[in-house]
Design a protein around this ligand. Structure first.
Ligand code: BGC
Length: 246
């Protein structure tokens, strides 16, 4: 398979690395630049352009976006500037970088990587990946096939958007102990389990590095709950894989 540049646009940083899509391994050291604020299309395009130049990349790139992406067009932008809504991101990035570009939702990309090379490898049942970061992202698979653009971070719990209670950002903002926050995550996962009955739940995003702090505190779930194994690189790797498949 090919070597593809994977770029992961997040709420705090934009990360990139070239990926060997046959092995899922990064073939050069990952670069990270801060996400500009406000995270407008022009500002993000500048950062993406800088990353592409830093690798002197030509060819293909897969790029993630933290919102709903349909045929390269951004439909929602919960945690980035709303000017993105309606933007043809694939066209915009392709024009700015002169690369062959595929754009997809960030959690979907992380899910694709985990199903290929990580915690979901070989799992044929219903698998739900949730990234607990700035927001909550979701990726749903059955028989290894993705249902794109699920937005399970926005189900309502106790009258609030779930990501406002159970994301890593919410833990920091509300200054919650691991125990208190794990209680919120537990309640959220129980809702998801009642709706979808997954056999496996994979917890991704930056928080997957600290899974020993809260996974043992979860109770009462039927599904197996495991941390993502690609940790913070899942978005980059999944973006690159998506570019090869598209
Ligand atoms: C967005 C999702 C995204 C998630 C993680 C949510 O607020 O609506 O599309 O996957 O944050 O970035």
């Amino acid at each position: 398979m090919a070597h593809v540049l994977g770029i992961d646009i997040g709420g705090t940083g934009v990360k990139a690395a070239p990926v060997d899509t046959a092995t899922g391994l990064l073939i050069a050291e990952r670069q990270k630049l801060a996400t500009p604020h406000p995270a407008t299309p022009d500002a993000i395009v500048d950062v993406v352009g800088e990353l592409v130049r830093s690798f002197a990349w030509t060819g293909s790139a897969g790029i993630t976006f933290p919102g709903v992406v349909v045929d390269g067009v951004i439909k929602t932008a919960a945690n980035v500037d709303h000017a993105w809504i309606g933007t043809d991101a694939a066209k915009l990035f392709a024009a700015a970088t002169r690369l062959d570009v595929t754009v997809l939702n960030d959690a979907d990309a992380a899910g694709v990587a985990e199903m290929h090379f990580g915690a979901g490898k070989g799992e044929l049942g219903t698998v739900l990946l949730l990234t607990l970061g700035t927001g909550i992202g979701s990726a749903l698979f059955t028989e290894g096939v993705l249902v794109p653009n699920t937005e399970f971070g926005h189900i309502e719990i106790r009258g609030k958007d779930a990501e406002k209670r159970a994301s890593e950002h919410a833990r920091e903002m509300d200054d919650l102990s691991w125990g208190k926050w794990a209680g919120r995550v537990d309640e959220y996962l129980e809702h998801m389990e009642a709706l979808l009955s997954p056999s496996l739940i994979i917890i991704g995003g930056g928080i997957s590095k600290k899974s020993d702090k809260f996974l043992p505190l979860l109770t009462g779930l039927r599904a197996q709950v495991v941390p993502a194994t690609l940790l913070n690189d899942a978005g980059i790797v999944g973006a690159a894989l998506a570019a090869v498949r598209s």
